[in-house]
Design a protein around this ligand. Structure first.
Ligand code: ASN
Ligand code: ZN
Ligand code: CA
Length: 344
């Protein structure tokens, strides 16, 4: 049988009807995208991995989804292909963000696609990137607290863990771990904005599409004021390194929000924010595009595995100097935004 790229579409859970590049193979279509490094999505069939310490003896396989007419999913979670549509689309828009904005082809930058496993386990309330398989795994959520974890920001967050691993390799504990998590929240958010999907528009919330009524709030995390989640830090302090990495990320997320949008009240895509500073200062934002350029250059050129928040200040200042000059408004804004979260 001949194999060729085909243009189809899918009805997703969170993003409406989305375009999908697929593979025509004989009389059927595979959810595999030859235009993005062969990225594909498979069904983990509610199985989980059997791992002992760090070795996985039996990784839940992902049988690639197939479809007869290249119109995938129904938009309802009861159809097993629907979450696959979201996952494949999330990988597509993450690929496109890194290629369009940063000229990076794929997570490793080598043109190679990754793959996704959906329907992992039963009621599994998480999603994760795994360097060893170069793959993403998505749970369906328990339906009470979380639904299927296949939103654009979660996809962008998790795959950015792969980018970080291939670049700065920030150690996943202490302050470097908080920076690793913040890097994923920042680029997950920039992926969501870049996708421009009217059903899942860009915002500075993480996980707003996946939370359900049994969850205590309307998102997992809030970049304008991270402490809104009840646990994350808004401001650096001497105990930052002792926090869980998903809470010490608040300092980096807060910096990123302030750098892009500035302090005080603001509405973006219909969502209202109000970002306070830690030192009573006012910060003027320089926009999301420049935030992305500066953080990406800092991550890929200046940060190392042990970079802490003070080091992130230096790394982003160096990046801003390279991109815009030492006397630029952008360079000044980077310093002001870090100072506003008590770094430097
Ligand atoms: N969803 C979690 C995260 O990306 C899982 C993990 O890998 N720590 O932060
Ligand atoms: Zn993460
Ligand atoms: Ca979001």
């Amino acid at each position: 049988d001949s194999i060729e790229t085909a243009s189809g579409d899918g009805k997703s859970l969170y993003g409406g009807t989305v375009p999908l590049e697929t593979t025509a193979s004989g009389s059927t279509y595979q959810l595999k995208d030859p235009t993005r490094g062969g990225t594909y999505t498979g069904d983990a069939a509610n199985k989980t991995d059997l791992c002992l310490l760090t070795v996985c003896l039996n990784r839940a396989p992902a049988t690639v989804f197939t479809d007869a007419d290249n119109h995938w999913g129904t938009g309802a979670a009861t159809d097993r292909s629907t979450a696959a549509v979201d996952a494949q689309y999330g990988t597509d828009v993450t690929w496109d963000y890194y290629e369009d904005v940063h000229r990076r082809k794929g997570i490793a930058g080598d043109g190679k696609g990754s793959f996704n496993r959906v329907h992992y386990g039963n009621g599994y309330n998480n999603a994760f990137w795994d360097d060893s398989c170069f793959c993403m795994t998505y749970g369906d959520g328990d339906g009470t607290q979380l639904g299927p974890l296949v939103s654009l920001d979660v996809a962008g967050h998790e795959m950015t863990h792969g980018v970080t691993s291939k670049t700065a390799a920030l150690t996943y504990s202490g302050e470097s771990g908080g920076l690793n998590e913040a890097t994923s929240d920042v680029f997950g958010t920039l992926v969501e904005f870049h996708a421009g999907n009217s059903s899942d528009p860009g915002d500075y919330l993480i996980g707003e599409k996946i939370v359900r009524s049994g969850f205590s709030r309307d998102a997992l995390r809030y970049m304008d004021k991270p402490s809104k989640d009840g646990s994350s830090a808004d401001c650096w302090s001497a105990t930052t390194a002792t926090l869980d990495v998903h809470y010490s990320s608040g300092i980096g997320n807060h910096f990123a929000y302030l750098l892009a949008e500035g302090s005080g009240a603001k509405t973006v895509n219909g969502v209202s924010y109000n970002s306070p500073t830690c030192n009573g200062s006012s910060v003027n934002g320089i926009g999301r595009d420049k935030l992305g350029k500066i953080w990406y250059r800092a991550l890929t050129v200046y940060m190392t595995s042990s970079t802490n928040y003070a080091g992130a200040r230096t790394a982003t200042l160096n990046a801003a100097k390279d991109l815009y000059g030492a006397g630029s408004a952008e360079y000044g804004a980077v310093g002001a935004a870090w100072s506003a979260v008590n770094v430097g």
